[in-house]
Design a binder for this molecule. Structure first.
Ligand code: AMP
Length: 449
C-alpha cells in the first residue's frame, strides 16, 4: 500500500549564506511543531552535496559536530510529520538523487493527490523506487524529462503532478522554491545576509534574523542563482485555496501565514465563538496550547475571566501521533492535567481548536469533572471536522471523524460535556477576514482537486 508520507511537514531553503546548514537547522528548530518524526538537511559546497537525516526531533538529529560536516553556502531542510505505519529512515527527507544532469535534492510539504497513478505508470516503465514518499515521483519525473535545462524539466514534472506541494529543490548551483497553484501550504521568502531564505512559516525567519520579503505566490517558482535577484516564473495560473486549518491549528501563533498573523486570527475566532455561542459560566479555560488564543478572545468578548485551569506538560509530543487508541488515551493524560484548586465547584467554558476523533475532548471533560468542575461547556473554534484532508493535513479517514458519524448533541453526550458547540463556517470565515480564498474541505467536503 502506498503511504502518504509528506503531510504537514516543514521545509526550509537557504541560499548564498555562509554556514547555510546552521541557518537551515535554526529554521527547522523553529518549525518543529510542523513535524516531530524525522528531520534532515542537505547542503552543497561547490556542487558537492552533504546530507544528514534521521528519525527524531531536530535537536536530536543534529549536533554541532554534525552540522559542521554540512558544508557550503546552500542548504535545504525538512521536518517530517507522519501518521502510523512506516517510520523508515528511508522516508525522511531531503531526498537526494543523481540523474542525467548531475545531482539534486528535494524537500516537500504537502500531499500529491495523483501520486499513486504517477508512480504506477513510472513503475510500468521500469522505474525503481526506494521509498513510499510521493516526493520521489518528482525526482523520477525530472530525471525522465527530455528537456535540456533543469528548470524546464522541473516545469515538465510539475505539469504531471497534482495536489498540494511546497517544494524546495537544490541543484549543484541553484535553488528552486515552488508552491502549487492553489497555495494550499504556506511558503515565504526572506532576505538573509547576502542571500535568501525560504520557509514554511515566518517564525523560522524571526529566529535567524531574516527579513520577510513576501510569500511565494500560488503557482510560482522562484529560482535562486548566485549574483542575481531571485527570478520568478509563474508556472501555473494561481487559483488560491489556502488551507484554513493552518490558521485553526497547525501554524505557530507568531507566524504570519497567508499575510495574516495567526495569533490575532485565533483570538478573533474565539471572540466570534463567544458572540455565536454564549453560555453562562465562571471562567474560560483553554486546552493548552491549541486553545489558548481562542480562549483569550472568548474571554475578552464575553467578559468572563480567563483561567489556566489545565496545565500542559511540554515534554510530551503531540498526542495525535500515536497509532493505537489505548496509547492515545494515555498520552492525553500524560500531556494535560487539571488544576483542582482553580476549577473546583466552578462552571467552565473549555475552549479547544478542533475535535477530530473525539479522544482529547472526552478525556478532558472526564478529567475536569473528576477534579470537581461543576459544569463543563466545550466550545470549539473550528466547525465540525466532517471530511478528511487530501492536501497534507493529517486527518484520519472519514469513518474515524466523530463529526462525520454523530450530530453535535450525540458528540456532547459521548464526551460527557454539559454543552458542546462549534463555531459556524460563516463565523469562522468572518474571523478570517474578507479575503475568502480558502480551502475548507475538512468542514464542507468541497474538494478542488
Ligand atoms: P481528537 O482527540 O482526535 O479529537 O483530536 C483533537 C485534538 O487534536 C485537538 O486538541 C487538536 O488541537 C489536535 N489536533 C487537531 N488536528 C490535528 C492534527 N492534524 N494533528 C495533530 N493534532 C491535531
Amino acid at each position: 500500500m502506498m503511504n502518504d508520507m509528506n503531510e504537514k511537514c516543514a521545509v526550509v531553503g537557504v541560499f548564498n549564506v555562509k554556514g547555510a546548514a546552521q541557518m537551515a537547522y535554526f529554521g527547522l528548530f523553529a518549525l518543529q511543531h510542523r513535524g516531530q518524526e524525522a528531520a534532515g538537511i542537505c547542503s552543497n559546497r561547490d556542487g558537492v552535496f552533504h546530507m544528514i537525516k534521521d528519525r527524531g526531533l531536530v535537536t536530536r538529529v543534529f549536533s554541532e559536530k554534525k552540522l559542521k560536516k554540512l558544508k557550503g553556502d546552500m542548504a535545504i531542510g525538512h521536518t517530517r510529520y507522519s501518521t502510523a505505519g512506516d517510520d523508515s529512515i528511508l522516508d525522511a527527507q531531503p531526498v537526494y538523487a543523481r540523474y542525467g544532469l548531475g545531482a539534486l535534492a528535494i524537500v516537500h510539504n504537502g500531499n500529491l493527490t495523483n501520486a499513486k497513478e504517477v508512480r504506477e505508470k513510472l513503475i510500468e516503465k521500469g522505474a525503481i523506487f526506494q521509498t513510499f514518499m510521493d516526493t520521489e515521483n518528482m525526482i523520477h519525473l525530472i530525471a525522465k524529462s527530455e528537456k535540456d535545462r533543469l528548470v524546464d524539466r522541473i516545469v515538465d514534472a510539475l505539469h504531471k503532478v497534482e495536489g498540494a506541494y511546497s517544494f524546495v529543490i537544490q541543484s549543484r548551483s541553484k535553488m528552486y522554491a515552488i508552491r502549487d497553484r492553489f497555495g494550499f501550504r504556506p511558503l515565504s521568502l526572506a532576505k538573509l545576509s547576502d542571500g535568501y531564505m525560504v520557509a514554511s512559516e515566518t517564525c523560522a525567519f524571526d529566529l535567524v534574523g531574516a527579513e520577510f520579503i513576501r510569500d511565494v505566490k500560488p503557482g510560482e517558482m522562484l529560482i535562486f542563482e548566485k549574483g542575481k535577484a531571485p527570478k520568478s516564473i509563474q508556472v501555473f495560473e494561481p487559483n488560491p485555496h489556502k488551507c484554513i486549518f493552518e490558521y485553526i491549528y497547525f501554524a505557530r501563533p507568531d507566524s504570519v501565514v497567508f499575510g495574516k498573523n495567526v495569533y490575532n486570527l485565533r483570538k478573533k475566532m474565539g471572540a466570534e465563538l463567544a458572540k455565536e455561542l454564549p453560555v453562562e459560566a465562571d471562567m474560560v479555560v483553554p486546552v493548552p496550547d491549541s486553545g489558548v488564543a481562542a480562549a483569550l478572545g472568548y474571554s475578552q468578548q464575553s467578559g468572563i475571566p480567563f483561567e489556566l485551569g489545565i496545565m500542559r506538560n511540554h515534554y510530551v509530543g503531540r498526542t495525535f501521533i500515536e497509532p493505537t487508541q489505548e496509547l492515545r488515551n494515555l498520552k492525553v493524560k500524560m500531556k494535560l492535567s487539571p488544576i483542582k484548586e482553580v476549577i473546583e465547584g466552578k462552571r467552565l467554558i473549555v475552549i479547544d481548536d478542533s475535535i477530530v476523533r473525539g479522544t482529547t475532548s472526552k478525556q478532558i471533560v472526564s478529567m475536569l469533572k473528576e477534579a470537581g468542575a461543576a459544569e463543563v461547556h466545550m466550545r470549539i473554534s473550528s466547525p465540525p471536522t466532517t471530511d478528511p484532508c487530501y492536501y497534507g493535513v493529517d486527518t484520519p479517514e472519514k469513518q474515524k471523524l466523530i463529526s462525520a458519524r454523530m450530530s453535535t448533541e450525540e458528540i456532547c453526550e459521548y464526551i460527557g460535556a454539559d454543552s458542546l458547540a462549534f463555531i459556524s463556517i460563516d463565523g469562522l470565515m468572518r474571523s478570517v477576514g474578507d479575503d475568502q480564498n480558502y480551502c475548507k474541505a475538512c468542514f464542507d467536503g468541497n474538494y478542488i482537486v
